[in-house]
Design a protein around this ligand. Structure first.
Ligand code: SAM
Length: 252
């Protein structure tokens, strides 16, 4: 059978409850779930949250979902593409809890962060490799542009791993749950965000090179590195987010 939309379903109640516990979901919360699938996580969420808005792209699943969730009066099922959904139309703040479709993990994360003023936190089940990159600290081989971009507006924490065997059908890789505390404003005092990300992307574009070489295109980089107290002989993965921020602010 053809499986579009990254459909790998979870049925294990212990894993589903653990995901919800990571999100700290209470009766006060509105929760947005991306990709309810066959409604297993949705059903559990309906026991813990005030309201669940479940956004599913696959028209063929909608009717099934409506049947499965017919007794859950606090669930609203919406047939829509989560990449295009206007999250600002949701009343008040909300949490996101989801076993997300892996083919759009990174773009979906950044789409959701466009609405960071409305989102208090997110608990997302995703591929383990991506989870490790998102949560990585400097000095780790997983640390890079994705870690810094995610950590600029959120505090991501890798919570627990989920074996590929827990899914039906099993995907080709293992998964992990990441909890993100979301901040409406940048967590770092950057004076020029565009320059900051230009420096970060350029440095990691050539991650084997030392930063004084890879960042050559930025005029005055030698002095900026010296003034920020950063060793020009370092490779980019050795610089913390704070180091990149200091460098960008000094260069500016
Ligand atoms: N929540 C279910 C579970 O845990 O068993 C299903 C998770 S499955 C990994 C991903 C779900 O996201 C599928 O139901 C799929 O149809 C849906 N999906 C894929 N792309 C989507 C999109 N762009 N917008 C909304 N839902 C999407």
């Amino acid at each position: 059978m053809k499986r579009p939309f990254g459909q790998h379903f979870l049925f294990d109640p212990n894993i589903l409850k653990k995901i919800i516990a990571c999100g700290g979901v209470t009766r006060e919360d509105t929760v947005v779930e991306i990709g309810p699938g066959l409604g297993t996580l949705t059903k559990f969420l309906s026991f813990y949250a005030k309201k669940i808005i479940a956004i599913e792209i696959d028209k063929r699943l909608i009717e099934k979902l409506e049947g499965i969730l017919s007794s859950s009066s606090n669930v609203e099922i919406i047939q829509a593409d989560a990449m295009k959904f206007p999250y600002d139309t949701i009343e008040g703040n909300f949490k996101v809890v989801a076993n997300i479709p892996y083919y759009i993990t990174t773009p979906l994360l950044f789409r959701l962060l466009e609405f960071k003023e409305k989102i208090t936190d997110m608990t997302l089940l995703m591929q383990k490799e991506v989870a490790k990159r998102i949560a990585a600290s400097h000095g780790s081989k997983d640390y890079g542009v994705l870690s810094i971009s995610a950590q600029f507006h959120t505090r991501p924490e890798l919570k627990f791993m989920v074996s590929r065997k827990a899914f039906v059908p099993p995907p080709e890789v293992d998964s992990a749950v990441v909890h993100f505390n979301v901040s409406p404003f940048p967590l770092y005092p950057v004076s020029d965000e565009k320059l900051f990300f230009d420096i970060v992307r350029t440095a990691f574009g050539q991650r084997r090179k030392i930063i004084s070489n890879s960042l050559k295109k930025f005029e005055g980089i030698g002095n900026a590195l010296a003034d920020s107290g950063i060793d020009p002989g370092l490779r980019p993965e050795k610089l913390s987010v704070g180091d990149f921020v200091r460098l960008a602010n000094t260069l500016k």
